[in-house]
Design a protein around this ligand. Structure first.
Ligand code: FES
Length: 580
């Protein structure tokens, strides 16, 4: 491998040279049509071709600034002697796409994988932002395993409303519950809309988008500070340009995604997720990403590695600040520095340095935003993985977003058979529920919804909210938004639609949650559960055509990352046949 980018023995022998390096009919076709864009002939001289995988879409407002970002990446690629070529892929829009953007994460990953494999590129920059775009692009890229670098779009500026800092998602839940409790007028609620989304960028709470950007940085597949720079900050554009330079060097040195996203890197990411109070969605996404690159990570690793990690970051939904504050306080490198003794310090990153070398000199500028390890913001940061007869293959809960007094709880089940049943009855004055009950929601898992929607943090009944109660234990096979909070047991596996025990719960059953002992128990005799199983009608999905049908037939359960079974693993980038 060359150490100096001017010493480039691979020139002319790269993957892209199989398209552009031939003096025959095929080479003519590949080059000639590209030249209709005005590309000079010397760009086809064997220099690294860098694909810029763009999730720009006006239907995905979190990523709507990505054409500008791509231009900055291109500058960097040209400066380093490469040829940048931008290509579009499916853009999962968390705020616009129905029934849930998660349904299409795997579809987007297929688009990415096939685009990278079928097109003449030597390395790829992934432009990611809105929640599912980060895992989708990393899953697809991992299955190809070229040199890869993530550039995130960055969070929106902080929301401000009537003198209060408000956060994406977190205040949607807060305000909508305040309206239902009669504490906020509908007019004030509507006015808060614009105040909530003030600039380009993705959700600025430590929701799933910010979490996944932090996961990319802690995996080492993004450059230091990538996670937190606001979308509209000039330094976001400098970072994109620098990333363009770096990817050319990674191609010259043949540093592949699998050289960076190793088991050690995944362990680091899980630990960092605990320290940032990251989204529960990171669990299912990292499991899927690890599956693609061939790294053995399980739910047990999440509990084992995260159990002792305290939450250091005072950001919504677990705390009070937002991503802009996080960046000004020093950002993720400060968190990584605090975690020195917990991390695999030698894990290599796309910067060319180890994760520790990237972060060892990071300074914290606001200790009310990023706390030190020996005086953390909250003692429990990691993800609690729970098992028991109600979740034989596991379920998860985020302790930092839960109520300490509910971490051990026994309550009467109030069951909603599906999301429509929940919506129809939740505010019924005759609903037999009080704050000691456990709300149970079925058929919202990967197959059941389909796509495992973010409905697990079901809002409390209005009559409970009016008493001033803001949390109850909730259990489902769904996910919840990374911006949400509460004592919410999620990702119950196996899900109700596959006949998991969740399908057998009935109103009045007693449910026991014991987070210290990682236990979720349905207090019903085994023979009674067997009787109910005999009466259970098989789940029939109404999705009979297209991608949704493929998804329902092939999706894995949450404890395996909810990837499609035939996409797990990697196929590399060989393409055996020419196109003409
Ligand atoms: Fe796109 Fe939250 S809606 S990141």
């Amino acid at each position: 491998m060359p150490d100096d980018q001017n010493d480039d023995p691979m020139k002319g022998k790269r993957r892209s040279s199989e398209w552009y390096g031939k003096a025959d009919k095929d080479g003519f076709a590949h080059r000639s049509w590209m030249k209709n864009q005005g590309l000079p002939g010397d760009l086809f001289d064997g220099r690294p071709v860098i694909g810029i995988c763009n999730t720009w879409s006006e239907f995905n407002p979190c990523n709507a600034h990505f054409r500008d970002l791509a231009e900055r990446v291109k500058r960097g690629v040209y400066e380093a002697g490469g040829m940048p070529l931008e290509f579009p892929v499916f853009s999962n829009s968390e705020s616009q796409l129905r029934p849930t953007a998660m349904l299409y994460r795997n579809l987007a990953s297929m688009d990415v994988e096939e685009s990278i494999r079928g097109l003449p590129m030597d390395g790829v920059i992934l432009l990611t932002g809105c929640d599912k775009t980060t895992p989708a692009l990393l899953m697809g890229a991992a299955s190809c395993d070229l040199p890869t670098l993530v550039v995130s779009g960055g969070p929106m500026l902080n929301g401000h409303y009537k003198g209060e800092q408000i956060g994406s998602g977190t205040h949607v839940w807060k305000f909508s519950e305040a309206v239902r409790a009669g504490e906020m007028t509908l007019q004030d609620f509507m006015e808060a809309e614009t105040a909530n989304s003030r600039s380009a960028g993705h959700c600025m709470t430590m929701g799933t988008a910010s979490t996944m950007a932090s996961m990319a940085e802690s995996l080492g597949i993004a450059l230091p500070t990538n996670a937190a720079i606001p979308a509209v900050d000039s330094r976001r554009y400098s970072l994109a340009q620098f990333a363009g330079r770096r990817i050319v060097e990674l191609v010259r040195k043949n540093v592949r995604l699998s050289d960076i996203m190793t088991k050690a890197a995944f362990e680091n990411a899980i630990i960092v997720n605990g320290a940032i109070g990251g989204s529960t969605n990171a669990v299912v996404h990292l499991l899927a990403m690890a599956g693609r690159v061939g790294v053995d990570i399980s739910l047990d690793d999440w509990d084992r590695l995260g159990r002792e990690v305290p939450c250091l970051v005072n950001l919504m939904p677990s705390g009070k600040y937002l991503m802009e504050d996080f960046y000004y306080a020093g950002g993720l490198p400060v968190v990584i520095r605090e975690l020195e003794h917990l991390l695999n310090k030698d894990a290599m990153t796309v910067s060319g340095q180890s994760i520790w070398e990237n972060s060892k000199d990071a300074e914290c500028y606001n200790r009310d935003v990023i706390y030190p390890l020996d005086k953390p913001f909250k003692p429990n940061g990691g993800i609690a993985v729970i098992t028991g007869n109600l979740a034989p293959n596991g379920a998860i809960l985020k302790p930092s977003a839960a109520s300490p007094e509910l971490m051990t709880h026994r309550g009467r089940a109030v069951v909603f058979e599906d999301i429509e049943d929940y919506r129809d009855r939740i505010d019924d004055p005759d609903l037999d529920v009080d704050e000691t009950c456990v709300m149970v929601l079925k058929y919202c898992g990967p197959k059941g919804y389909p796509g495992m929607a973010e409905v697990g943090n079901m809002g409390l009944p209005a009559k409970i909210l009016k008493k001033g109660i803001t949390d109850m234990v909730r259990v489902s096979d769904a996910r919840m938004s990374g911006t949400a909070y509460g004592t919410v047991v999620l990702h119950v596996a196996p899900e109700a639609a596959t006949g998991g025990p969740l399908a057998l719960v009935q109103n009045g059953d007693m449910v026991e949650l014991d987070i210290p002992n990682r236990r979720l128990h349905l207090d019903v005799a085994d023979d009674e559960l067997e009787r109910r199983r005999g009466e259970l009608k098989p789940f029939v999905s109404p999705h009979e055509r297209g991608y949704s049908r493929i998804y329902v037939e092939h999706v894995n359960q949450a404890d395996k990352g909810a990837d499609l079974d035939f996409l797990v693993g990697k196929g590399g980038t060989p393409v055996l046949r020419e196109s003409h």
